[in-house]
Design a protein around this ligand. Structure first.
Ligand code: GLV
Ligand code: MN
Ligand code: MN
Length: 434
């Protein structure tokens, strides 16, 4: 068969799969998954490897089996749901995302990509499309990084299995190690075959909500993601001396909170100075010890999340952070230290993958009478950034209302979710038929 014939067959199958995606079914499946950790305000609290996360994983395993998929799990707890291809030995086309949430998240961050992946398998079944390669839907472990740092652990360990040993020692706020939580999770899927960490993959497409304001502002339902901005995470610790709030004169205090606030203000000033170059900085998690109303803080720790598309700007910010901490260290009575927790440079997806995504998005949008897709970079990180290290990878975005995410108010219109799943079906099927 000539390559033109193969392209025509792939495009035809992709169109069939796209047309078989069902909106009602997609939304019902999103709601069913959101029930695990669902909150009365519409949000979801389902941090990684908690009992709720394990129940949600079991729910998905049963769904995947009902669709005829073979289910496998690797040493980092990543779950793979495989729809067989005509050539079983060919590396699969991968899609999916994560189902862990922030302490309080929405129903869609991650979950949408996994559910849409299963909807693609259902659509392929309904349209009786036989793909040349297997199609695999993945549920990555611990994308959020909120309970155990760093984020995107599952996909990172998939891309480089030797990273898992270090990740296993990461601890949550209660002192539980990631390794212990992971072993407990693996023990609960004894009926699932295991697969090696980092099995070969042909290509990967991740569908996700944008979590930012760009698509909504452009009034466009689908975005072709060309890359993901770089990210660096740090922990800053300041040691002063706890003492009585009422009896200790101001001039002799070694108040770790005062020092931390001075440092925080310096960091905000650095971030403001680099705003025009696109730097975003967050001091998101604070630990104050002893955290008592009438004791001077003896020990304060806070996290720094810095992101930018420009690596030089991130490097400049890190230099300023280290400089500020060193200067504080030198001042009277405080010990301060900064530790790097996570660093990932800008990810750029291959142009040919973006072109494929664009075809799938354009067809879905045109058939729905919607505006053509636009290209954008991702402000959030995603598992796709690590998968991009091992195979051609791309992402599709749908809009987020008011750009809100990592919040119970996260929302995307069902019609947009439907178009995203259609675009995904097209891209995955075309790749799997080549
Ligand atoms: C992922 O949740 C991120 O923080 O970008
Ligand atoms: Mn996500
Ligand atoms: Mn997230």
């Amino acid at each position: 068969m000539s390559s033109t014939d193969v392209s025509h067959i792939a495009a035809d199958a992709a169109a069939h799969a796209q047309d078989a995606v069902a909106s009602g079914r997609l939304n019902e499946a999103i709601e069913a998954l959101a029930a695990f950790g669902g909150r009365s305000d519409g949000g979801v609290s389902r941090e990684t490897l908690t009992p709720l996360d394990l129940q949600a994983r079991r729910h998905l395993i049963e769904r995947a089996r009902a669709l005829g998929c073979e289910v496998r799990v690797d040493a980092c707890g990543n779950l793979f749901f495989r729809r067989a291809g005509q050539q079983a030995d060919l590396p699969p086309v991968l899609t999916g995302s994560h189902i862990d949430t922030q302490p309080v998240g929405g129903k869609l961050d991650g979950a949408y990509g996994v559910i849409a992946g299963l909807e693609v398998i259902q659509a392929l079944n309904d349209a009786s499309v036989a793909t040349r390669r297997p199609v695999e839907v993945v549920v990555w472990t611990n994308e959020e990084g909120a309970r155990f740092g760093p984020g995107a652990m599952g996909s990172s360990a998939f891309a480089k299995p030797e990273r898992l040993t270090g990740y296993r020692t990461s601890r949550d706020a209660a002192g539980v190690t990631f390794g212990a939580a992971l072993d407990a999770a693996l023990a609960q899927v004894g009926d699932v075959n295991s697969c090696p960490l980092g099995h070969p993959v042909h290509a990967c497409v991740e569908l996700h909500i944008e979590q930012g304001p760009v698509l909504e502002a452009a009034n466009v339902p689908l975005g072709v993601v060309t890359g993901i901005q770089g990210v660096r995470w740090f922990s800053v610790k300041i040691l002063g001396a706890a003492a009585h709030a009422g009896t200790t004169p101001m001039e002799v205090r070694r108040d770790a909170m005062r020092a931390a606030m001075a440092l925080a203000n310096r960091l905000y000033a650095c971030a403001d100075a680099a705003r025009a170059q696109g730097l975003r900085m967050t001091l998101g998690r604070w630990r104050v010890d002893p955290n008592s109303i009438n004791t001077i803080a003896g020990d304060v720790e806070f996290t720094v999340d810095a992101r930018c598309v420009d690596e030089a700007v991130l490097a400049g910010f890190e230099a300023s952070l280290r400089d500020a901490v060193t200067n504080l260290d030198a001042s009277d009575g405080y010990a301060a230290q900064v530790q790097s927790l996570f660093a990932r440079g800008m990810t750029r997806f291959p142009p040919e993958m973006a072109a494929l995504i664009e075809r799938g998005c354009a067809r879905a949008a045109a058939n729905a009478g919607e505006q053509a897709p636009i290209r954008l970079t991702s402000g959030a990180f995603h598992d796709a950034m690590y998968v991009a290290d091992v195979c051609p990878t791309a992402m599709i975005f749908v809009p987020s209302r008011a750009g809100i995410s990592h919040n119970a108010a996260e929302y995307t219109e069902p019609r947009q979710l439907y178009l995203g799943a259609k675009a995904l079906a097209y891209a995955v099927t075309e790749l799997a038929c080549r």
